[in-house]
Design a protein around this ligand. Structure first.
Ligand SMILES: *Cc1c(COP(=O)(O)O)cnc(C)c1O
Length: 392
């Protein structure tokens, strides 16, 4: 008999009923240290008092109106994102995939509005992940997500990760832009070198095409800057954001320059829930926390500690760990053992981690992690490595 919940997930046999800061608790009261953050979502930690207050205050007032009316909270969040980034305008969604859908549609519409509807293709990269809608599985290009779902949405040209010559060769008269994650998340925590991002920006300018960044996972302070592309000193034309921006409340956004958004006039796109009063109350509270003086600097400092400890762990456990990679509090442990085994063992040691492609275990802790949390997590990783070595 089919499960009550459509069985599309491979779930661990554990549930959590409460969370506080860096920790979550089972119904029996057992504490787990959360270094997965619900896949980079719980940016401010669990039950952050400021977020709880923002949500409950808003819940007493009004939950939902509609995007057919003015929404002051949404406008405030948009303006704050604009003030903090390259963007001139923002569209709100409920998820990352929808933020990408808006980004893809906008890139196509930009060229159409300029009299070039034939320029609708986006160049994407192997190992990419952009979501699970029909367009975003086509953009991600992973066979396992495309199979059996009918004709693939047209308009995505995938090239090898890091192959700059292939990238240049792929740009043609139908190319609308380049779509890339500054750090691949699901693909296995693979950062794009800053010089590559700069070269892509130059290439886009040269060809009059758009640079579209997917910062759904690596954005909102994860790397120690508000957005990962800031490390490269470039700005995109369009950027998709989600996960950490809602801190656990479903919220996403598509940010764009005025130029890139020129085709998106009234009636061209929409969402029932996107940016509703509850979601944007929480989004504003997340920004209060992340933009507070010293917060991002703290992420950076903690990440240096984590990186150093992980490097030592790798040296001490060469039969388990092949490589450490990533940036900020988005780190990947490339395993020599099956990463599912690593994840399961870490869970036994009461540490939550997230598996990724390329045999990688991701560490995506809430950005409020302290040195003590990091030490505790690395101790648990150490025990995990020892348990795995004992089996070898
Ligand atoms: C999670 C993710 C998405 C999809 O977000 P959903 O909220 O699951 O739709 C898109 N891009 C990246 C880089 C992601 O990590």
């Amino acid at each position: 008999m089919i499960a009550a919940v459509l069985p599309t997930y491979n779930r661990a046999k554990i549930s959590f009923e409460r969370g506080e800061g860096m920790r979550v608790f089972t119904p029996e009261g057992e504490a787990y240290l959360d270094f997965g953050g619900g896949v980079a979502v719980t940016s401010c930690g669990h039950a952050h008092p400021h977020l709880v207050k923002a949500l409950t205050d808003q819940a007493q007032k009004i939950w939902h109106t509609s995007n057919i009316y003015q929404m002051p909270g949404q406008e405030k969040l948009a303006q704050r994102l604009i003030d903090a980034t390259f963007a001139d305008t923002v569209f709100f969604t409920n998820s990352g995939a929808e933020a990408l859908e808006c980004s893809i549609k906008m890139a196509r519409k930009y060229h159409a509005a300029k009299g070039h509807p034939e320029r609708y293709r986006l160049i994407t990269f192997e190992g990419a992940f952009h979501g699970r809608t029909l367009a975003t599985i086509a953009a991600g290009g992973q066979a396992k997500y495309l199979e059996g779902f009918g004709p693939r949405v047209e308009g995505f040209d995938q090239i090898a990760f890091g192959d700059f010559e292939a990238l240049k060769a792929a740009i043609g008269p139908e190319t609308a832009g380049i779509l890339i994650e500054p750090i691949q998340g699901e693909g296995g925590v693979r950062p794009v070198p800053p010089e590559d991002l700069r070269a892509m920006r130059a290439l886009c300018d040269e060809h009059g095409i758009l640079l579209v960044l997917d910062e759904v996972q690596c954005g909102i302070g994860r790397t120690g800057k508000l957005f990962a592309h800031e490390w490269a000193g470039i700005t995109p034309d369009i950027m998709a954001v989600a996960k950490g921006i809602g801190g656990g409340f479903p919220l996403g956004a598509c940010l764009a320059t005025e130029n890139a958004a020129q085709g998106m006039t009234a009636g061209t796109h929409g969402s029932t829930y996107g940016g509703n009063p509850l979601a944007t109350a929480v989004g504003n509270a997340v920004l209060d926390v992340v933009l507070e003086k010293g917060f991002l600097d703290n992420v950076l400092q903690r990440s240096l500690v984590l990186k150093q400890k992980l490097a030592r762990l790798k040296d001490e456990h060469p039969t388990v760990i092949e490589d450490i990679r990533g940036s900020g509090l988005m780190m990947g442990i490339k395993c020599k053992v099956p990463n599912a085994d690593f994840q399961a063992k870490a869970l036994e040691h009461r540490l939550l981690t997230i598996a990724a492609g390329d045999s990688v275990i991701r560490l995506l802790p809430p950005l409020i992690a302290t040195d003590a949390d990091i030490t505790e997590a690395v101790n648990k990783l150490e025990m995990t490595c020892r348990s795995l070595e004992a089996k070898q």
